[in-house]
Design a protein around this ligand. Structure first.
Ligand SMILES: [Zn+2]
Length: 82
């Protein structure tokens, strides 16, 4: 990877919401490759984050302050299923 692409990668990586083990990224040849990689890893990370979420939201009032252990919505009283 050229110095220019390396700098671009670090800029994009620092803006990204995920971290990988340092050095565990491809040897990018272009800024387009950097963008594609950042986007791919970012979307994978998003999916993993969704699966590990400990909260759900109320389908009626969209209250998001519901924990998985709650069996009804504290705002609108809707009974929630597991
Ligand atoms: Zn509700």
């Amino acid at each position: 990877m050229t110095e220019e692409v390396g700098k671009y990668f670090m800029q994009q990586y620092n803006k990204a919401k995920f971290r990988v083990v340092p050095g565990h990224w491809p040897d990018f040849e272009s800024k387009e490759e950097v963008d594609a990689w950042i986007e791919a890893i970012g979307s994978i990370t998003l999916v993993l984050a969704d699966n590990s979420t400990t909260r759900k939201y109320c389908p009626r009032c969209k209250n998001e302050e519901i924990r998985l252990t709650d069996n009804y919505c504290k705002i609108c009283g809707l009974k929630l299923e597991d």
